[in-house]
Ligand binder design. Structure first.
Ligand code: NAP
Length: 263
């Protein structure tokens, strides 16, 4: 019996599910006939994404417009789930943003602050609030979207790369603490991926970062989804980038940071 026929199908909640990697993660759950809840800020964009996902086989698609920035984005997300009596089986904490430029003199503090709040505070708060019910049920899968920049800091994305390093450390430690509970935590570490991220972060269109080839978000999401379902600790996507990151890990950080100068 597929989830489409099951009276009580499993539910996936995907933050940042309205575009890019998150929309494609949501599509993976839709194709598996789950109930899918996507979360984003922009209502019109969310509605378009929800329509798109309805054609992908989801048991049901629900869209919640919630601003995850501020001090309590994760708590607002949890409150919405409580209000609707939603029990979450798969939690993909994927929403995120960055700010491009030199930290001193170039970047926009408002964008950086939103990045810290959405990438870190909302994720930690959501994990704190959603995971206890999973532990109580003895099952649950959590995916946290970090980045390859967690493994090698990027100049001109100083705050963003630090938020992603935070997420990677958090995901790995949380996973360890949850071993034996039936709840897994997986960190997804995408390399450069085609999405709205670059425009939102105001990446200089003449920079190497803007011009470098980018992975297909659907491919990245499939790798993340599969790793999440297998309960792996982390996964680099696309797989080819894993070799690059393994080689980089043999070098001192000062050197990889120079290589990664995102000019
Ligand atoms: N693209 C890359 O090269 C790359 C590489 C490594 C990691 N990542 C990570 O992958 C994740 C997804 O990014 P993406 O590349 O797919 O970019 P994207 O297309 O810009 O997607 C970002 C998603 O996050 C949501 N979001 C951002 N700020 C929000 C807020 N304040 N409140 C609620 N939702 C918010 C957006 O919704 P709204 O548009 O409605 O705000 C959107 O759904 C991020 O965590 C990013 O850091 C991306």
């Amino acid at each position: 019996m597929t989830d489409l026929q099951t009276p009580n199908p499993k539910t996936a909640l995907v933050t940042g599910g309205s575009s890019g990697i998150g929309l494609e993660l949501a599509r993976c759950f839709a194709k598996a006939h789950r109930r899918v809840i996507i979360v984003g800020k922009d209502e019109a964009k969310l509605a378009r994404a929800a329509d798109d996902l309805r054609g992908s086989g989801a048991h049901e698609v629900i869209a919640w417009s919630i601003d995850l920035a501020g001090e309590d984005g994760g708590a607002r997300l949890f409150a919405r789930a409580q209000e609707h009596g939603e029990a979450i089986d798969y939690l993909a904490l994927n929403a995120g943003s960055g700010a491009w430029g030199k930290f001193i003199g170039e970047t926009d503090w408002k964008l950086e602050l939103e990045g810290i709040q959405v990438n870190n505070i909302s994720v930690v708060q959501a994990a704190k609030l959603f995971i206890p019910a999973m532990v109580q049920r003895g099952e649950g899968r959590v995916l946290i979207t970090s980045s390859v920049v967690a493994l090698g800091p990027s100049a001109k994305l100083a705050v963003y790369s630090a938020t992603k390093a935070f997420l990677y450390a958090f995901a790995e430690a949380l996973r360890e603490e949850l071993l034996g509970t039936g709840v897994s935590v997986t960190a997804l570490m995408p390399d450069l991926t085609q999405s709205d991220f670059f425009a939102r972060a105001k990446v200089d269109p003449d920079s190497i970062t803007a011009k470098e080839p980018k992975a297909d978000p659907a491919h990245v999401a499939e790798i993340g989804y599969e790793a999440m379902m297998k309960g792996r600790d982390h996964v680099v996507a696309p797989h080819l980038s894993a070799a690059k990151m393994a080689a980089a890990s043999l070098l001192p950080t000062w050197l990889t940071t120079k290589f990664a100068r995102a000019e």
